[in-house]
Ligand binder design. Sequence first.
Ligand SMILES: Nc1ncnc2c1ncn2[C@@H]1O[C@H](COP(=O)(O)OP(=O)(O)OP(=O)(O)O)[C@@H](O)[C@H]1O
Ligand SMILES: [Mg+2]
Length: 603
Amino acid sequence: MGEGCKDKGKKELIGRGFRTYLRIFTYAKPYWFRITIALFMAQLVAATDGALAWLVKPMMDKIFVEKNLEMLKLIPLAIVGLYVVRGLGRYIQNYFMRYANLRMVMDLRTDLFKKIQGMSLAFHKSRSTGELISRVMSDVSVVRSANVDVIKNLIRQIFTIMALLVVLFKRDWELALMGCLTVPFAGVLIDRLGRKIKEITKASQEKRADLSALMVDSFSGVRIVKAFNMEEQETKRFRKQLHRLYALSMKKVKAAELVSPLIEFLGSLGAAAIIYVGGMRVISGRLTPGDFFSFMAALMMMYGPIRKLTKVNNTIQAAIAASERVFEVLDMEPDIRDAPDAVEVKGFRESILFDHVWFAYPDDPDTWILKDINLEVEKGEILALVGESGAGKTTLVDLVPRFYDPTQGAVYLDGIDLRKIKQASLRALIGMVTQDVILFNDTILNNILYGRPKATFEEVVEAARVAHAHEFILQLPHGYETVVGERGVRLSGGQKQRLAIARAVLKNPPILILDEATSALDTQSERMVQDAMDRLMVGRTVLVIAHRLSTIQKAHRIAVLDKGRIVEMGTHRELIDKGGLYSHLYKLQFSGEEPLEPVLLGG
Ligand SMILES: Nc1ncnc2c1ncn2[C@@H]1O[C@H](COP(=O)(O)OP(=O)(O)OP(=O)(O)O)[C@@H](O)[C@H]1O
Ligand SMILES: [Mg+2]
């Protein structure tokens, strides 16, 4: 990542970039009515600007030159009236534009969120959380503020400029043309600086993403940070990243702030020429003072809109950069999708079959993680998977809920290829309890309800009882209504696991996938978790990655995985008698009552 993506071949890219930005406006469709009203109001406001400049002539010629008393009363009234209309128009315009814009942003963020959630596990593992958050929040923000600018300024200012141009050309078209001479110069200037800003924005949005990624890592890994005394180091890393963003921002300031002064300078040249030529015309009597001052008033009034317009280009360039990042996400094809002819499975009847399954992770396609796996798990069977760390156990079980598709071969459920089954119906049959329990920032009740949102409170309590969680939940300050923090910080490892088990009990799936925690719990907690697991397994088909002796002993069969291959298969007794890898692992891991797994930090 980083600054490596300088755009070359600019012309082509700018066209494409702008089209990308315009795609944002497909989100405007549902709000077209309000937007139309707003645009109409913008025209009204612009017209009042033109009218104000127009009024300068009768004011000068009738009031000051001819001393007309009628006009002396009418013109001030007209001015007040114009400002009332203008203020009302502006208010309505801004109100509806903001409304449409905020709704668009909401819709856009929802789509992004949905898209990201729909992406496969492989995708999520290859992207950092912070980076994804930054696409949804920061990039959309840039686009949003651009929309406000574009609609408010671009549209209104263009209308205003047009209205004022009418006045200019009506008063003296030759002078008006003279003023227009500066336009091409200004155009070139604006274009140059705008491109620069687009490039810088792209780079700084990437930096922003890096920053959020760093924060997510650092905050969610705060235990490790503290354990290794890395607070200062992390802060330094953060500051260093911040500094890169700061440097880019300053670069942007340098380019963006250059626009106004340069345009003003060009404008002053134009104004000087106009005053000189216009002054001569008044002196020679070709123009009335009213014509000239009305012209000058229109010219002065154009200054604001033009200045804003030049800034709009900068904003649009920034928005192009950000919208490219937004649509990059929206245009992604989820790699795991329901086939068009996917079937709904209602239950589980016979078996899960791995047929010559080979698997490599998409981001490392040359390394086979699973090699020629052939395995059939019958309904009602408990199959334990054992193997050294990194052997591919988690990868293997992740294929069952179709978190990944096999690279070669296939997995079948009751004879149907998983790729031909609707994902939702497949996953409804599967319960998972994983190594690291994820609790949502919500009440205990809702965390358990995640297993089956429509369950009654009684059913939740029953599930919690089965999972040996009910007792400790009642001791919490608000019982089932206690909020557990992100990742359940306030609960112990064993308690979290029991909540995860309660969740699975509530879901009551025919197929169960257990990835036992490698970190040892204390004996009492261990016993409760174990007992809860045993109750959960009753009457289900279970694939369990076993780290506990008792689990292994309960299994009907054990598959031993070594570097992605199943090297041994049989009952505990058979495998011990065989004296192969299993008996070796067994001596290593399970010789004591307690598992001897080292407690890995961050396991
Ligand atoms: N997203 C990924 N991309 C690339 N390689 C991966 C990915 N996830 C895991 N691996 C690799 O796949 C191999 C198997 O990992 P897996 O998690 O299946 O092992 P495991 O047997 O469950 O280990 P453990 O007992 O430590 O949990 C490892 O070498 C790991 O580095
Ligand atoms: Mg694992």
